[in-house]
Each structure stands twice: as C-alpha cells, then as structure tokens.
Design a protein around this ligand. Structure first.
Ligand code: URP
Ligand code: ZN
Ligand code: ZN
Length: 477
C-alpha cells in the first residue's frame, strides 16, 4: 500500500455536503480531509482539480454466476466486478443460490470461493432462503455472527422452485427480529402471475410484452402490502427489493410514516424504461421481474427517491446474455424467433450503467442533485446493509473507496464502450455528462485512464453488522 496518497484540489461530494478539499489516504483509509494538506512523506499525489470525488458506489443487488430458468449469468467475479468498477462501483452485495437441502453457509462459501482470487472490488452476500426447516432458521443467527446479516426470499417463482411461501416468510421474520438480521423480499404475488401466465400461454398470447401483462402492478402491490403486514405484525424489519410500482412505493411510505423499519430499493430500469420496450423486435432482452412499467410508475420511483421512502438503488444485474435469453425459443422457417415470453430467463444488466442512468436521468434532468446521487448510490446502502463506518461516506477512518468524476466529460452509452458480457446494453444511445475517470478501493486505483490497474483478487469479503436502531425504527438518514 506504500506510504499513502494525497488527492488534491478536488470537489468532495458526500450525501450531505459539497466542498473543496484535499483527501489524505493512509493504509487504505481516509486519514485527513482539508485545505492544503501536506504531501510530504506520501508516495503519490493525484491532482483532482476540476474533478468531483464521491464515495464509491455500493451495488447492493447483483447476481453473479446465477443459474436460473436453465441459463447462467455471463459474468464471473472478475468480469462482473470489472464492469461494475468501470461504473464507479467499489462494493457489491451478491446473492447466493441456496437450494433446497443446502445450508446457507454452504451457499455463502461457494460464493466466497467464486470471488476469491477474482474480484477487483469488495464484496459480501445475501443468502437466498427457499425453505425454513429448523436448521435454516438456526442458521440466521450463525450468519449474522459470520457477518452476513441480510437475506432474500422470493414471493414468486414457485414453478422455478425458489418461492418462499408465506409460512417461510413469517418464520424467517420472527427469527430475524431476534438477531438483528434484515429479511428482504422479491414481492410479486405468485398466484396472480402464475394464473395469468397460464391463461396467456393457453390463448397463444406469448409475445414479449405479455410478460408485463401477466405481472401487473397489482401483483407487486399486493405482495408488498402482505410482506409489510407480516413484518409489522411480527415486529421484524423488512427490505423490499426492486420496487417498480407507484402503489408499492406508496405502501412502503405509509408503513414508514408509522415508524416501521421498512426499507426499499428501486433500479435504474424502473427509473428510465417503460414496458413499451417489450414491444420491440428484440423485446425478449428486456424481460425481467418485476417488469418495466408505464411512465407514471417511473415518475413515482423518482418521487420515492426524492422523498426518501425508496432509500437505495441497486442494479439487479443478472447479466444473462441475449444468446441466453434467446436460447429456449424456437425459430420459424425464416429463422425468426417464435416469441414465448414465459421461457425467457428473467433479468437485466445494469451494474456498469447504473451510474450513467442515474447521472443522465437523475442529475442532468434535475430530478436529483449530486448529494442525493451519493445518498441513493452508496450512503443509504451502507447504513441499511451494515457497511457504515467503513463505506458510503468520505470521512476520517472510512475505507478510501472513491470515484473521481470528470463533470465535463461526455459519453454516448454504447455496448462497445461498456465492459459487459451480455451482448447488449439496455440504455444504448443514452447521452451522459459526468463520467468516472478513476475508481479506487481502499486507497488503490482499480480503474485509471480507462484501464484495470489492479490484480484480480484485490477485492475482499466484507463482514457486515447491521445498526440495531435502524432495525427497530425507520430511519431516513
Ligand atoms: O428479473 C429478475 N429480477 N431476475 C431474477 C433475480 C431477481 O432479483 O428477482
Ligand atoms: Zn428479485
Ligand atoms: Zn435480483
């Protein structure tokens, strides 16, 4: 790590302040912030005049090497963290693929092995819970003690074998409430989705857009309300992943107003793309769940972030390639795909583009300022997911996880400029002003001048501990 570094003359932007300062880094941590700091005895000085410096982004929702619907995500922990780092991300929280009969710790260990020697940036995991025998319930405390205190349950995908039914939800919430754990849900009503899908398939209505029609807003709204109701009755905190509907966001806001510790995420695609995209010839590429919605929901997602009842953005990056998305479908005699929405693996990419989408559609469009950008890309995620005092802020003693941004640099987002393995980019052609020029993790540059400048395996497993006060009472930081 050398003798430290000074980043001089930058504009420091945190969730709460914007100011000119130098940042001194020693042993990977922020050791000083102020005017005209002394560079003596420091190994390296970076002149950041004209650049913005923000905390490294936390992507609290990625799926690397995730098998689903017969397909596998294209990104491993090297290529995935590389793409993420180009998008200013310095920490990811990835989901385990815990299956029936497996222990959660086994599934975490598999992930640790996948990341070891490969990840460029720091990482942790959320175990998936698909069943709730006593051994899984007992593991919740074990995993909290291990530094993995957040979990995800799918309220849908019964046919895919990963649904956690209401009984499981309730048992997990009861146990989580005892041990400072944070259960989370993918909230879609399985019965609605399953019956509408069956009807659509029977009627031969299997165009790509039928994916959105068979997962209507009511399916998400009901599931959010049900999960919130269980959490309130049980006295458990709750995290709602990838909120996409106005009604869902309103239900969350209502619970928070009553003081309940319910936190929620939305994603770049729900902030920028409508369901119309599924009507395109290549609409299959954009099949994800929940689906993209009509415009009024996009407005509601921005309002949720502005007002603070949606606390964080995550990418929900599943990195299935267009080839993987096409694979289960047949072609006609002219070689054209025969649309069967129900066979297409669900999931989008976004870990690299989240920065650009939020910059273009949020900051440049005047919906949020840069302090709010920091709040929804790192600060709040660090608070909620047990990374504060380490990450998500530019403060003495914190990890020097930083992104240097050139606010004048412009880019038109095209697949060839990104670092994905997906063969497509959902935001092709998006014009962005304000581009990361350096991503740094624990004081070491990861991406500099468009190049990876660190060895695979630099990234570390981060053990997390949740803030008990945020688990008892909603906190809007
Ligand atoms: O379409 C999605 N989101 N795919 C699966 C992963 C998830 O978070 O539900
Ligand atoms: Zn989900
Ligand atoms: Zn996801």
């Amino acid at each position: 790590m050398g003798q430290g570094m000074l980043i001089k003359n930058g504009t420091v932007i945190t969730a709460h302040r914007t100011y000119e300062a130098d940042i001194k880094i020693e042993r990977g941590k922020i050791a000083g912030i102020g005017k005209d700091l002394d560079a003596q005895n420091l190994e390296k000085t970076i002149d950041a005049a004209g650049l913005w410096i923000i905390p490294g982004l936390i992507d609290m929702h990625v799926h690397f090497l995730s098998p689903f619907m017969g397909q596998m995500g294209a990104a491993d922990f090297y290529s995935g963290t590389k793409a993420a780092a180009f998008g200013g991300v310095t920490t990811i929280l990835d989901f385990t693929n815990t299956d029936i009969g497996q222990t959660m710790l086994e599934s975490v260990k598999i992930k640790e092995e996948q990341a070891e020697g490969k990840a460029l940036i720091d990482y942790s995991f959320h175990p998936r819970i698909v069943e709730a025998p006593q051994r899984i319930i007992d593991e919740i405390k074990e995993l909290v003690d291990y530094g993995v205190p957040t979990f995800k349950m799918f309220m849908t995908y019964r046919r895919q074998g990963i649904q956690a039914h209401d009984g499981i939800l309730m048992k997990v919430m009861e146990e989580a409430a005892k041990h400072n754990a944070l259960p989370g849900v993918h909230a879609e009503n399985n019965d609605i989705v399953e019956s509408l899908t069956e009807e659509a398939v029977e009627a031969g209505e299997t165009d790509w857009h039928a994916h959105a029609r068979t997962r209507p807003p009511i399916a998400e709204e009901e599931a959010i309300q049900r999960a919130v109701y269980f959490a309130q009755r049980i006295g458990s905190p709750l995290f709602i992943y990838h909120v996409s509907t106005k009604g869902g966001a309103e239900a969350i806001a209502k619970a928070q107003k009553q003081g309940h510790p319910i936190y929620a995420e939305t994603c770049p695609h729900y902030l920028s793309l409508t369901d119309e995209i599924l009507k395109r010839e290549d609409g299959y590429k954009y099949i994800c769940s929940p689906p993209m919605r009509p415009k009024e929901h996009i407005e509601a997602m921005w309002e949720g972030l502005q007002k603070g009842y949606l606390s964080v953005t995550g990418s929900d990056d599943c990195n299935y390639s267009s080839e993987a998305k096409r694979a289960p479908m047949d072609v006609d005699k002219d070689g054209e795909l025969i649309p069967e929405f129900q066979k297409v693996v669900n999931g989008l990419t976004g870990m690299e583009s989240r920065f650009h989408v939020l910059m273009a559609k949020g900051v440049q469009s005047g919906k949020i300022n840069m302090n709010e950008f920091v709040r929804i890309t790192s600060y709040n995620a660090a608070k909620i997911f047990g990374l504060s005092a380490k990450k998500g802020d530019i403060s003495i003693g914190y990890d020097a996880d930083l992104v240097l941004i050139d606010p004048h640099k412009e880019m038109k987002l095209t697949y060839d400029k990104l670092h994905l393995d997906t063969q497509y980019n959902p935001w092709e052609g998006l014009k962005v002003k304000g581009i990361p020029v350096m991503t740094m993790v624990r004081g070491n540059p990861i991406i500099e001048q468009g190049q990876v400048v660190v060895e695979p395996g630099y990234g570390r497993f981060v053990r997390r501990k949740l803030d008990p006060s945020l688990l008892r009472q909603f906190g809007n930081f």
